[in-house]
Design a protein around this ligand. Structure first.
Ligand code: NAD
Length: 479
């Protein structure tokens, strides 16, 4: 059955006034599962207007009142987790049991975290040079945010903005891609039930034109963008003078030092390459192995790949589902073909799997001898592939890791504490994880791009959703 979805705008469910809709097809079955109405500019204007009214109201609430609101939303989400996770699997493709359920429960953590954090978000009393003056700071909301989000974590990433945004008195208009918006629209039911002020959250699915209209809108104060660096560049050139958090592409290097626990390194590198079919910003996109342990590592990685069970993402045994969309699968094809032509060796996998309902099921792939300047090594492949590169020594491993324009999350495997710090001091990356996967991630972890890279800025901390206002008072000049 095909579901006719509605937009959530200004606290109301509506078909909108646009004359177009998107036919949502499941990457799992290929079936037409839903119709998503596409908003008109007038619908977006209405959402922005309602958002402005909502943030003006919430600005005067106490932090404790806003924390209570976040807890009410979280409580309303709890009974919906299974259904949201099921829809997410159907529209995105990630395995229901192995990933989707935990993913939605974790996404809800953003409301719990925000409810705690906002109550500890103190201003300052700043010493002054003049004995009659007193100086204070207050944390005000930034205002109305447009959250432009990607399809790989259709619920988690929007909530990274909505949770701390609401807790600090902001309104957030989320624009998810039209082809992964159903799970989030389902979740909006909880936001509605929790008595959030009308307009404080609106969900407007759509593609580049709706996104562009929103980011350029004069009623938007700040952009929370998560997506590719290429789109981020376009947004930055069109959004005007607005606050921003820019969370963009990664090319997660994993370095395996000569003294590493190779079993752990192999199994966690494989995990980092196949979790969510590799469609993760901090996926293990290349593994740089020291020469002397290279052969053993490759052998262990091939063994560890036995844990990858490609199949129907609703099956309990499945650990990897289909890719979400054809452009991502085609990019994998391109990267693998180029690496092969340039002499790289495919150890296992190497292409699309046959016998599935869609052409998006991809075999887990390990490629050895990957040329450093190939697209498979230099670009974000965003698929289930573990490209292996060799380094002669630790210095060379760092140099390879850093010869990239991206720097989100790296991993280093070593058994030496001194070597761990040596690497962390040198690898240019927003996060360096030691002895775990590049896919390690916590909702409270400061997460974002290293300066000087195309990965962006911001760490998603609650402070970033506030505007610091300073008050100065002269005690001697009052009558
Ligand atoms: P994308 O760049 O194709 O799209 C991202 C969002 O931008 C979508 O909502 C899209 O509709 C919108 N958009 C496209 N053009 C626009 C425009 N001109 N103006 C306004 N909005 C526009 O990215 P994607 O393929 O959806 O997501 C995958 C990318 O996201 C990968 O590069 C991945 O690394 C990155 N990502 C980063 C993080 C992080 O935290 N750093 C997390 C998840 C994903």
């Amino acid at each position: 059955m095909t579901e006719n979805l509605e937009l959530y705008i200004a606290g109301e469910w509506t078909e909108g006034t646009g004359d177009q809709s998107h036919a949502l097809r499941s990457p799992v079955t290929g079936e037409h599962i839903a119709n998503v109405p596409l908003a008109s500019p007038a619908d977006i204007d209405r959402a922005v207007q309602a958002a402005r009214t909502a943030t003006e109201e919430m600005r005067y609430w106490s932090a404790f009142e806003r924390a209570e609101m976040c807890l009410r939303v979280a409580a309303a989400i709890e009974p919906l987790i299974e259904e949201i996770a099921r829809i997410q699997t159907l529209e995105q493709g990630k395995p229901y049991h192995a990933e989707s359920l935990a993913d939605i429960a974790e996404a809800n953590q953003y409301f719990y975290n925000a409810a705690e954090d906002v109550k500890r978000l103190a201003g300052e009393v700043i010493p002054t040079s003049d004995r009659h003056k007193r100086m204070f700071t207050f944390r005000r909301p930034v205002g109305v945010w447009a959250a432009i989000t990607p399809w790989n974590f259709p619920v988690t990433i929007p909530l990274e903005y909505v949770g701390p945004g609401l807790a600090t008195g902001n309104a957030v208009i989320v624009k998810p891609p039209e082809f992964t918006s159903w799970a989030l629209l389902k979740l909006a039911q909880a936001i509605d039930e929790a008595g959030v002020p009308k307009g404080a959250v609106s969900i407007i699915p759509g593609g580049p034109s709706i996104g562009q209209y929103l980011v350029e809108h004069p009623g938007i104060d700040a952009i929370g963008y998560t997506g590719s660096s290429a789109t981020g560049r376009k947004i930055l050139s069109s959004m005007g003078i607005k606050r921003s958090i820019m969370e963009m592409s990664g090319n997660g290097p994993t370095i395996v030092a000569a003294d590493a626990n190779l079993d752990a390194a192999a199994s966690l590198a494989v995990y980092g390459a196949y979790y969510n079919a590799g469609q993760v910003c901090c996926a293990t996109e290349r593994v740089i192995v020291l020469d002397e342990v290279h052969d053993e590592f490759v052998e262990l990685a091939a063994k560890a790949s036995a844990e990858v069970v490609l199949g129907d993402p609703f099956d309990e045994k499945t650990t990897m589902g289909p890719l979400n969309n054809e452009p991502t699968a085609a990019k994998m094809d391109r990267h693998l073909n180029e690496a092969r032509e340039r002499g790289a060796k495919v150890i296992i996998g190497g292409g699309r799997a046959s016998g599935y309902p869609t052409d998006l099921y991809y075999d887990f792939t390990i490629v050895d001898g990957v040329p450093e300047d190939s697209a498979l090594s230099q670009e974000e492949s965003f698929g289930p592939v573990l490209p292996v590169l060799k380094a002669g020594d630790d210095e060379e491993a760092v140099a390879i890791a850093n010869r990239s324009n991206l720097g989100l999350q790296a991993a280093v495997f070593t058994s030496s504490l001194a070597k761990a710090f040596w690497y962390v001091d040198r690898v240019r990356s927003g996060t360096v994880v030691v002895n775990d996967s590049t896919d390690f991630w916590e909702t409270f972890q400061p997460f974002g791009g290293a300066a000087g890279t195309d990965t962006g800025w911001g760490r998603g901390r609650i402070e970033e959703f506030t505007d610091l206002q300073t008050m100065v008072i002269d005690l001697s000049n009052a009558r």
